[in-house]
Design a protein around this ligand. Structure first.
Ligand code: ADP
Ligand code: MG
Length: 274
């Protein structure tokens, strides 16, 4: 890693220390982990988010559906600090105002995001990828050669089991299937012990079996973690089994069980009208 890049990471880490609670200290009074109220985001006058309000409970597994352009990814951009809302409130737990935090501060506070394109280290083994993700010290080479403690080794093993890559632990990550790479990336997120996981179209390109395994993984993570999953695949959303929020034109159109929202005439019209 270049010195400049390392300096950036180091300084952002320092900035977060004074303002952000440790993840374990997240204030979950009222059981709410994420609170969005009247969020609006405009791009050149076009409202990508339009008075969006949404509440996610601690431990919840929430699916977000909606046609292309509904604002799903923009919503995740707001939660992670990538995009600043023009108006509205965004809180992580009771006290952390996401609109006032930087992207690294938000990540450090316990919000992990999985992007569609995996950002794994292809030339390193699956095990090493998880090891690197665990290290708060982002100096890659130093981390790799430092001895793991027993606890750290156990954490990597637990995660390998969880993402079903035990048999692949010593293989270069670049040799994994598409679905396995996605799981590895999820495992890397888990190594950072996020309280809230944001996953944007996680099963795109996966086989049916990989998709089923991914639903099982997410169901197993709920409770200990909170998950917000954007997905188009309705059989996957059904397998998640949680509450579903339908976004349309930057607002919440409907919310409830999948069966309930699928029978909502407004939802049917939005999907059929396209
Ligand atoms: N950076 C951007 N600049 C301009 N328009 C954008 C930008 N990001 C998103 N949009 C627009 O905002 C709308 C919502 O996009 P997005 O959040 O990606 O929707 P979804 O993820 O639901 O498909 C779309 O019309 C998209 O073209
Ligand atoms: Mg999107």
């Amino acid at each position: 890693m270049s010195t400049a890049m390392h300096d950036t990471i180091a300084s952002s880490g320092r900035a977060s220390d004074s303002r952000v609670l440790r993840p374990g200290e997240l204030d979950l009074t009222h059981k709410v982990i994420l609170y969005l109220e009247d969020i609006s985001v405009s791009f050149d006058g076009f409202k990508a988010l339009n008075n969006l309000s949404l509440t996610i409970d601690a431990g919840e597994l929430r699916a977000i559906i909606g046609p292309n352009g509904a604002g799903k990814t923009t919503m995740m951009d707001v939660i992670t600090g990538k995009t600043r809302p023009d108006t509205g409130k965004a809180f992580f737990g009771q006290t952390l105002d996401l609109t006032r935090m930087s992207e690294p501060e938000i990540a450090h506070a316990g919000i992990g995001r999985k992007f569609q394109k995996p950002t794994i280290f292809e030339n390193h083994s699956v095990f090493e990828n998880l090891e690197l993700a665990m290290k708060t010290d982002k100096r890659v080479w130093k981390s790799l050669f430092a001895q793991l403690t027993g606890d750290e080794r156990d954490r990597v093993s637990d995660t390998l089991k969880r993402i079903r890559l035990q048999a692949e632990a010593d293989r270069p990550a670049g040799l994994l299937s598409h679905g396995q790479k996605q799981w590895l990336e999820i495992g890397m997120l888990l190594m950072q012990e996020p309280r809230l996981l944001l996953l944007d179209e996680p099963v795109a390109g996966m086989t049916d079996e990989e998709t089923e395994r991914t639903a099982e993984l997410f169901v197993s993570l709920a409770g200990q973690h909170s998950l917000v999953v954007v997905e188009h695949d309705m059989s996957f959303v059904e397998a998640l089994g949680g509450q579903v929020t339908v976004l349309h034109e930057g607002s919440v159109l409907a919310e409830g069980s999948l069966a309930k929202v699928q029978n909502d005439p407004r939802v049917i019209e939005v999907y059929l009208g396209r």
